[in-house]
Design a protein around this ligand. Structure first.
Ligand SMILES: [Zn+2]
Ligand SMILES: [Zn+2]
Length: 123
């Protein structure tokens, strides 16, 4: 007896698996692309923003606070399910701070109360 129905079952299962694998590969490729893009952006960020005292480059983008809980002008509290923790801002460093005196970027170690070490020496 030829179990032709069984053959179809097998074929369907195989096809589904193949499809899943294809989806996985697509997702992997997309993730890799995103990672590469992040690497590139990080490099650019590091080139653009450095602590002007120790020259340490910025390693993370500024993350804007999420819009969740942000108040509208009329006092309503907003809720955006898509932006639970804000998004990365690649035009600003997240680990460097601008000196309020000389307007230069400083790392956490070289700035205190928004004044950098160099400016502090001249106070
Ligand atoms: Zn520094
Ligand atoms: Zn300064």
């Amino acid at each position: 007896m030829v179990d032709w129905k069984g053959r179809i079952d097998e074929y369907k299962v195989k096809k589904e698996q193949e499809e899943e694998e294809r989806e996985d590969a697509k997702k992997r490729a997309l993730k890799e692309k995103e990672e590469l893009e992040t690497q590139r952006l990080l490099q650019e960020l590091g080139k653009k923003f450095k602590c002007h005292i120790c020259k340490i480059p910025s390693k993370k983008p500024y993350r804007s606070p999420g819009r969740n809980g942000e108040k509208f002008s009329d006092g309503e509290i907003g809720f955006w399910p898509d932006t639970p923790e804000g998004s990365d801002q690649w035009d600003k460093p997240g680990d460097l701070f601008k000196c309020s005196n000389c307007d230069k970027w400083s790392c956490e170690e070289h700035i205190y109360k928004r004044i950098c070490m160099k400016c502090a020496e001249r106070l």
